[in-house]
Design a protein around this ligand. Sequence first.
Ligand SMILES: NC(=O)c1ccc[n+]([C@@H]2O[C@H](COP(=O)([O-])OP(=O)(O)OC[C@H]3O[C@@H](n4cnc5c(N)ncnc54)[C@H](OP(=O)(O)O)[C@@H]3O)[C@@H](O)[C@H]2O)c1
Length: 298
Amino acid sequence: MSLKILQFGATGQLAREMLVRAGPGVEITALSRVEVDLTNPDAIARAIGEAGETDLVLNAAAYTAVDKAEAEPDVAYAVNAWAPAAMAKACQARGLPLLHISTDMVFSGDKAGPYLETDAPAPLHVYGASKLVGEQAVLSACDRALVMRVSWLFSAYGQNFLQMMLRLAKTQPVLKVVADQRACPTASGDLAAFILSQGERLAKAPAGAREWGLLHVVNSGVASRYEMAQAIFTQTQPEGPPAMEPVPTSAFPTPARRALNAVLDTSRMQEVFSLQLRPWQEALEDVVAELMAQKETA
Ligand SMILES: NC(=O)c1ccc[n+]([C@@H]2O[C@H](COP(=O)([O-])OP(=O)(O)OC[C@H]3O[C@@H](n4cnc5c(N)ncnc54)[C@H](OP(=O)(O)O)[C@@H]3O)[C@@H](O)[C@H]2O)c1
């Protein structure tokens, strides 16, 4: 018997990794924007209400343009807050579990150490605030909901820091990279592998089980953007990395202010699921190898 996942999102980093990594025991029905536009809550309710046999619903889609959200708060809230709220309501009505993804950007970055799930959120911008409302709506409307906060996703697909560094290295004589923002870089593939490995357990977990609630899911280890860039170039350009200069966040003013500390504590994941994701550098090696293989076949 296979695990049947109804997934919102088909083209994003996480959505694609879910589709690539699903083994023979998993059937994913991925709904793209063309099938369900997340700004339409009725379409969301219909998609869940009318789906065939389903074990889990996963929301792998979001409005992820952090700076653009400052100018488009209505769309950001529609996709990041009201859409997950509609998913949670429809899942509750059908007795289905909902897996939802959130972000370190619900925090202000003012804490001295890593953030726990129990720490008070205080987002600095529209994107973070819209994701926070989404988390709260999901957890209050569905009693079998897992909200996974993740950070700095990277993969061989889509837009992310890894791809941006490789692109800029081709055109900039000296790469200026922010050195005072710190987080736990996370491979979208490792996040997908975590979700898939826990799928059957989550499909069976009853309301009130300790699996549900907020969970920080990030690769092990912490890095600044600058340190991550160094690792990227050590792995992709061993013959000689580009010239780089560490700069403060203030060197790149952005519409949405970035938190300096976005490090997430994963003790709860270790306690509840008895596992820890591997160090981000190891995951980066795999993603770089995948990128190289893509280049060779292109
Ligand atoms: N990327 C990061 O560094 C990061 C960090 C922390 C948390 N997260 C969270 O992790 C999750 C996955 O992020 P990701 O990087 O995989 O996202 P992504 O690559 O930016 O993809 C976003 C997905 O959402 C879809 N989408 C956006 N608006 C939509 C709409 N109105 N209707 C239907 N689909 C819509 C996009 O579809 P189209 O292709 O049609 O636009 C795309 O498939 C999100 O919840 C995000 O908030 C990401």
